[in-house]
Write a protein of this length. Structure first.
Length: 202
């Protein structure tokens, strides 16, 4: 988030994360000492859960449960002065994993522009999808070969945390903790659109 100091920029960035996650859980997010240009991780702790980055969610009016595993890194950068200030936070990578009660993966949204994987762009894994045999011409040596859908990288745009929370509420029927969750997500998306939370350039 753009601000007059690195600390203010990071705190504003974390406030948006707290507000977004506050739509579905009671959790706090924080980061270590701010260092310009260095990749840093967001640490998340949900109330009543010991493991960082793990959120147990209630769904279907308390009759169901899902788990969200969250990892997000960022860098604080200095740009030319604007009306919002010269310091800005840029998201550097994310991992959003939606799992069932037994922690079997359902879907995973990734963006890891560095590392060993050849896929550097944002993508989706449908981990719960079955393997299938693609129909081939008669006699093809591929006629019985399985395609493991859960291993494929389905390209996406950059996925915001607000997108994940809305997906959980609308599609997975996670119980919202706030009646105004739609307004919270809309306002946070608007803050990002105005350029207060930049992505690293591809």
């Amino acid at each position: 988030m753009a601000a007059d100091s690195p600390e203010e920029a990071v705190e504003a960035f974390l406030d948006r994360i707290r507000a977004t996650l506050g739509c579905v859980t009671n959790a706090t997010a924080y980061a270590s000492h701010v260092a310009l240009g260095r990749i840093q991780s967001v640490t998340l702790h949900a109330v009543g859960q010991r493991e960082p980055g793990r959120i147990r969610l209630s769904s279907h009016g308390g009759h169901g449960e899902l788990i969200l595993r969250f990892a997000l890194s960022f860098a604080t950068e200095q740009h030319r002065a604007t009306e919002r200030g010269p310091f800005q936070v840029a998201t550097a990578s994310y991992h959003y994993r939606i799992l069932d009660y037994r922690e079997d993966e359902i879907v995973v949204y990734h963006w890891h522009p560095t590392g060993k994987s050849p896929v550097k762009t944002p993508h989706l894994h449908v981990s719960a999808a079955d393997s299938i045999v693609l129909q081939q011409r008669i006699g093809s040596r591929l006629a019985t070969r399985k395609t493991h859908l859960g291993r494929l990288h389905f390209p996406t745009r950059h996925i915001l945390l607000e997108d994940i929370v809305e997906l959980l509420i609308r599609e997975f029927r996670v119980d919202p903790l706030r009646a105004d969750w739609e307004a919270v997500l809309r306002d946070n998306r608007e803050a990002r659109r105005r350029g207060s939370d930049a992505w690293d350039p591809d």
